[in-house]
Each structure stands twice: as C-alpha cells, then as structure tokens.
Design a protein around this ligand. Sequence first.
Ligand code: C2E
Ligand code: CA
Ligand code: CA
Length: 817
Amino acid sequence: MGTGILLVHHISVISMEEAIVIHYASFSFVSSIVISLLFSYLGIYFFFQKRQVHRISPMRNVFSSIVLGLTISLMHFSGMNAVTFSNSHQNAFNNGFNSFALAIVISLFAFVIMIFTIFYSFFDYHKITSEKRLLQQIRDSEDRYRQLVEHSPDPILVHDGQKIIFVNDVCLEMVHASDKRELVGKRIKNFIPLEYKEMMKDGLEKIKAGKKVKPAEIQIFTLDGSLIDVEVNGVKILYDRKASIQLIIREITEKKKIQRKIMENEQRYQSLFKYNPDGVFSLDAKGVITDVNPFVEKLLGYSKEEILGMPYEHVLDDKSLDIANKSFNEALSGKPQSIELMVTHKNGHKIPIYITDIPIIIDKKIIGVHGIAKDISKEKEAQRKITELAYQDQLTQLPNRTCFYKEIGKVMKRAQEMNNKVALLVVDFDNFKNVNDTLGHMKGDLFLKKIAYRMKGAIRKKDNIFRMGGDEFIIVLENVTVDEAREVAERLLKEMNQPVPLIEHEIVVTLSIGISMYNAATENVEKLLQQADFAMYSAKEEGKNNYRFFTKDLNEKVKRKHHIERGLRRAIERKEFKLYYQPKVELHSGKMVGLEALLRWNPSFGSVSPNEFIPIAEETGLIVPIGEWVLKEACRQSFKWKQHGFPKMRVSVNVSARQFKEPEFMKRIVNILEETEMDPHYLEMEITESVMLDAQDSLQIVKELKDLGIKIAIDDFGTGYSSMKVISSIEFDTLKIDKSLIADVENHRSMSVLKTIIGITEMVENIQIVMEGVETEEQIHFLKQFNLVVQGYYYSQPLPSEQLEIFWNQTLQLDPK
Ligand code: C2E
Ligand code: CA
Ligand code: CA
C-alpha cells in the first residue's frame, strides 16, 4: 500500500519534468518513503488486528481509514517537501535521473506490486470467507448440540472439571430441581455419596486425559436428599470452546431394583437348590434330568456329570415307575404332587424317598418339573421298627396278639371270597405255670422260645402262628380241610412229646389244642376265637394233652356255661347259696373231729354241682365274693352251734387260689373274724397245691393266716405235680389225701402207693391226716392200720346244718365222756 502511494506521488511529480526541473532533497525523500511504509503498515495492522472477533466493527473501519488517510497526507507532504521545482531543464536533468527510464521502471514496479496486491487480496478474501463459513458451521453445530442436548430423553450434564456448566431439563427433573440455576455453578461432588467419590474422581480424570471410560453405575443424591441409582457415561467435549466433560446420566433405579430382585431370586433359588439339605433336581418336559444339587449326587451315588441327561426312570426302582410317571404327568399339567417311592443307588441298593414334584412355569408355560427328594430311610426304618414292636412278640419273634387281630379279618375275608375254610387253633400248655415256677422265669422264657420255634416247624409254611400272651398261642390255617387241621394238631402234640432240652433240665410239656373252623355261619372273629377257646378248655377238661374241635354239643356246653355264669352273678343276692357240712371222723374213736363246709347252689333252673359252677366262678372271678360269703356263713353257723351248746368244732372252708390273689384278702378275713366273733383256732382253710403255684406270695399269706391262729389244710393231696415240695414248704396243719387214691382198694399197686404216701406224711409232726372220699367198709378196713381221720359217705354225706346237728348229737353220744 505504502509503495503504491509512493509510486503514485512520485510518478506524478516526475511527469511534470517536461515543464519544470525537479530537485530532490534527499532527507525528505527518504522520510517520505519511511512515513508512507510505516503508516501503511500501522493502518493495515489496526484493520486486521481485531479480525478474530466475529463481527467487523464500524469503529475499526473508521480508525483504519483515518490511519490510511493520514499516511497518504503525511507521505504527500513529506514527498512534496523533498522536491524543489526550477525551470532549467538541463540542470535539473543532470542532477537527477533520466526521467523516462525512471518512469518506465517505476510503472513496471507499480504494476508488479499491483498484481501482487490483487493476488494477495484475492487469497486473503478467500481465506476470510472460508473462516466465516467454518465459524457459521461451528455456530450451527453448537446450536444443534444444544438442541440435541436440551431435548435428549437422557439427563445430560456438562461439567468444566470443577463446576456444572450446563444441565438439560430431563436432568433437572431427575434430581428433582425446578430451575437450572439450582444446578449450574454447583460442584458435582456434592451430589455423590462418599463411597462413589473416589471412583467418580478417577473416572473424570481419565476422561479429561482423553481416555475411554466405561459407563459407571453409581448412586447420586437428588435435591431432596434421596438416593437414586444412575449409570453415568462421560465423554470429553468442547463446550464454548473450552475442554469440558459431558455426562449422560441415566436413572437406573428401576433396573437396579429389578436387578437386585433377580439377584435375590437367584440367591434364593441357589440356596434352595444348592444348599438344600434335601435333594433338589430339575427335569425337562421329557423327564430328562437337567439339574441336580449335591445332595442328589450323594443320595444316588452318581456325579452330576453322570446324572445330567439321564431320564429319571433310570434311577427309579421298577415298582415305583407307575406312581412316578403319574406324579410327573400331573405336575406337568400344573398340579404339584407328593409321593413316596423307591430309587436305586448307583451301587444297586434301594432307598425310599419322599418326592414333591412342582411344575416349572416360565412365561406361563410349564417347561418341566422341579423335584424335592427327601431321604426317608430313617423314618421308614423307625416305622418298620414301630410296626415290628407293635406287631411282634419280642420273646419268640412271632407275630403277637395285635397282629393276630389285624390279620384275622383279612384271612376271613379271603376265605369268604375264595369260599374255602380257615382253621383257628388255640394252643395252651398244660401246667406251664409249673414249668415257670420250677425253672424260674429266665429259663421259662428260654423254654417258650424253644417251643415256639418247634411249633413253627410243625405247621405248614403258609400258616401263621401268633403268640397271644403267656403260654397261649394261636395258629391260623388258611384254605384247609378238617382233616388237614387235625393233622396239624396231631403233629403239634407229637412234637411236644419230645422233651425240650434246657440247661441242666429236660422238660416235657403237653398241649391242649382247641380248633374252630371258619364257615359262613361264624358271625365274627370273636366268635371264632371263643369257639376255639371253648374247644381248648374242653380238651383240657378231657384230660389235657389232646385236641378238640369245636362242635355243636360243645356249643351246648358253652351255652350252659354262659347260663351258669349269668346265674352266679345274682346267686348271692337271690340267696340261692347254702352251705352243707360233711363231718370228719377219727377212725379209731369214731369221734367227729371237724366239719367241711361245702357250697350248694340251687338256682331256679335246678341245682348245679360245685364241680361245675366252682371252676366257672373261679374263671370269672366271681369266686371272690362267693368265697367271702362262704367264709362268713361258716363262721356264723359256727357261732350258732356254740349258742346251741355244741362243743367247739373245727370248721373247714375251701379257699380257691383266685381268692389268695385278692390284695384285700387278709383284711377281709380279719373283718369277718371280728364280725362273726369266730375263734380263728377253730377255723381251717383248705387250699390246694395250685395256690402255691399261682400266687407268688402265697407262703407269706399262709404265714399271716397262721399268725392269726387259722389252721391250714392241704386239699386233694396226691394229685398235683409237686406234692412233696408242698409238704416241705408249707407249715400246714392238715393233709387231705385225695379220694382218687383210695378209690380202688382191690388194686394192690395203688394201695401200696397210698400206704407209702401215708407213711411219709405220718412222719411230719403235729399234723392231721384226712382220708377223703371214704365210702366202703373195705376202705375203712384197709385204713384201720393207720392213725387217720376219715371223711366220706361212709359216715355221712355233706348235710345241711340242721341235719348235721342230728349226726353230731349221735356222735356225741358215742363219746364216753
Ligand atoms: P373237695 O374240696 O375235694 O370236696 C370234697 C368233695 O367230695 C365234695 O364234693 C364232696 O361232696 C365229695 N365227697 C365227700 N365224700 C365223698 C365220697 O365218699 N365219695 C365221693 N365220690 N365224693 C365225696 P362237692 O361238694 O361236690 O364239692 C366239689 C368240689 O367243689 C370240692 O372238692 C371243692 O373243691 C369245691 N367246693 C365246694 N364248695 C366250695 C367252696 O365253698 N369254695 C370253694 N372254693 N370250693 C368249693
Ligand atoms: Ca375240700
Ligand atoms: Ca378234696
């Protein structure tokens, strides 16, 4: 520009050289050049200096124009000052340049500069327009960015490294702010809980350093102080041409909630599955095992790898297949099922388990079945043990009474359906109590065990034997004929003929068997059992060691028995009892030395022998009140005789073993003695050997009776099993030899036995020996060789008291005193 002005000015001056001579002052000429160049520079400098600012201000233009104008003026002034004009052309020319050549050079120079300036201006213009365009583009993209950010559905925040410089509306909403001013200018760390601060700081620093950072899941505070879960995604941006960080903050509270829920569910599922103390497994819809927990591996002995992919049938016991399939299908149709079944361990053994099948429902579709398997071996074993205990006799290992009642119903039903016969054998040991008493209970038990085993061997395989208690057994024979039942009974009896070897002993016992056959007429089990019982009792009555079928006449007997029993119950109140008295006479003197009170019963249906009703009274326990009545009545009678002036006489009453067992027995005796003012020294109790066998503390009772002064007689001596033992163990006063021993006087053999017995008993000091059942002259003759008391028809039948008094008076007359 400066050059241009210079050229313009000086060319104009030179052009005037035709007319005038120009003289140049060298200082002013140089200063005009300096001024022109310096000021042009300044003008242009000011013009371009503020070009960075977007808009071109009018002030700058004006200022630049002034500087430029000033430049031209100053240049012109100093240029003019540098020349002096004169009219001598020659001089002037000689002192200066060749004016033509100078004009050409300067013109060329000016031309080049013009071209250069035009070029420069062109490029400069071009540069300016493209800058403008870029600026516009930036402005546009910034606008777009703002719009995008403002309308973004995600909360966006821009952060300059210290403070928040921008937030969008969604972001405001997220943190419960209502105005941007509530956030802009605030420090971002104020919104972050302590535990995330460090992480956030790191992240921001990394972003700032231009590193890529993964989205972070953190929590932030909202303005109302609550915490929300967010996912923060940061990126480095230029905001207002400054390096900033843009954060996209997505609220993920819901997602987190779901995630937590899922995790919880997963954990719950895991703890249900993995840590379940029971087996847990999954099956797909085809029944293929898709998952198992460690317990299943343990239970079945397969590893997880081995078992996955197996159909469940593989591990089931064949018998459980049907029930398992049913349960599985039901579960697949949506109904949970619980079943018990058997699985097979890898090593082959069976395990009982309790399974619950639950449908797996995903998206409302059943895709398989979950199963929970509980090992119930222990429960089953306990159950088995309980049943065993409940149904098995512990001593003999035979099924017991409970088991019998459980089974017999089924047996009868089967017999009905198949229309065949069932035999019920009631087996009772004859005199088993003797065995127990002689051997003691330990050996008694061993004995029972052995005979139980032996009996089991004597019956058929399919038959069942039950121990009903004590020495009573029942055998049930299914599908048998009467003959077959008889065969079994006979075999049993025969088996028992063999002595049972026990340590130090060999024992022979016999059985009595009662058999009842089940048929349509049999009402029920009780009846069947009762019939067999009756048959057994009648077998015993008929001499033991045999068997008896229940028959019609046995039925008659049974009926009579019931009849008698019923009658006995009311006999006392109906005053149907009466005591008869049979005298005991001293053989040598013929003197009456005692009386035996014998019970007579006269019910409305005709008198019944004591031999018939006493056993029934004993069996039913009715003998206790009856015996008491007898005792009282005998004492009362004794008192009456005393009143009637008869001399004191020993009165004997029969006492059953059953009465001894009554706990109140002694007390009652004492009461009766007091009540009837009976002198105990004149009262005798006749007991049989069975008393000694039945009651454990019989000896003690006998002692107590004796302490009271009451006399003891052993009745029916010579029939029992351990007569000699009784003689030595009981302090008795009288021994009554059983009438069976004198029955046949003609028989020398039995007479010598009797002789021996009497001989032995005579050796016991201070006892009276009574011979019972003496009827004939011959018997008296035989007995005369001994010093005895005799009782029997020979002297008198048992008589009612009034008649006895007559007999008594007669014997009194015999007495010389
Ligand atoms: P026992 O104690 O052996 O009584 C003797 C039985 O022999 C009596 O039978 C008696 O009548 C009978 N007798 C007497 N002399 C002769 C004779 O010369 N020849 C024959 N063949 N028999 C004779 P009874 O009175 O029928 O009594 C039968 C059994 O009933 C008694 O046998 C006794 O065990 C029992 N008994 C009778 N009364 C009572 C009682 O009050 N209480 C108890 N517990 N049992 C009684
Ligand atoms: Ca008697
Ligand atoms: Ca007797």
